[in-house]
Design a protein around this ligand. Sequence first.
Ligand code: XIL
Length: 334
Amino acid sequence: AARRGLRFGSAVPWQAGGRNGVPLADPAYARLIAAQCGLIVAENEMKWQHLRPSPTTFAFGHFDAIMAWAEREHLAVRGHNLLWHQPKWLPRWLNDYDFGAQPHAAAETLLTTHIRTVMNRYGRRIASYDVVNEAVRPEDGTLYDTSLSKALGGAEPTLDLAFHTARAAAPDAQLVYNDYMSWEPGNAKHRAGVLRLLEGFRRRNVPVDALGLQSHLVTQGPDGTASAAQLQGEWRRFLDAVTAMGYGLLITELDVRDNHLPAAIAPRDRAVADFTRAYLDVTLAYPKLRDVLCWGLSDAHSWIEGFEPRPDHAKRRPTPYDVALRPKPMRAAI
Ligand code: XIL
């Protein structure tokens, strides 16, 4: 990656049991990430649910430990995220919050204080942030509402406020809108909704620098779903539309859900690698794309098993390294 002027990275989990200031319970996994990566992102520890136990407090301990470890290992760090715009991913206290007699002012204070506090704390140590995460409903492309957006008069002004606040707090940071609209045919409405949101940002002069392509890929089944060539065509049209508006691109959370594939490991790993390669062939052709991060490097540490186990109970194999930290065909494909 470095030879080609790119950076390769991974999400890093916090685990109870992290010792000696190393955020990972598994020191071999920490060494693998440090050896393979140029940058990292905390898997959960910057999210409101982890950073904000209450309206008046911040809990920076775990994130700070990841940050300190990354700096010792000379890894750059991305910020993920300042506003995950779905009630499901916000703390209960925020969903139930009583914004009082002047809800607009109260919500504005809460959101801007959060963004400024995080960005001021890390300053130039973090050069790229997912300011807003997943604001678009995949089923129809409309925007979610949250307690904050209800108090602020809608989703658009809420997201705009987040980006304007971020730009003022960290003028040199790369500000990213991050989402999981992917190249599968079922994602067409999600992609259209993201394009509409990005057009709106430009029309309203909102400071958004890049689109984060989460890239949680899903292999396509035998039931008439598209060939790699068809997927690539659709995906290129989407990325062309995004870059034509002047946005940069990053791959922020690459992994592969090995759906409809046989349980046998060798053919499954090969199919996952081929799928990854077809995706990266198209996506890495965009010269604006400089960062590729996986959402975990090892099958032992991937969220996919908990999020969507295989119906046949065969363990998921979504990442470039297996549970014993041995490289898989997906690594070679990347
Ligand atoms: C996931 C984490 O991996 C899980 O540990 C957590 O329980 C839920 O969030 N999109 C994102 C990431 O932007 O923050 C999500 O991470 C995965 C999907």
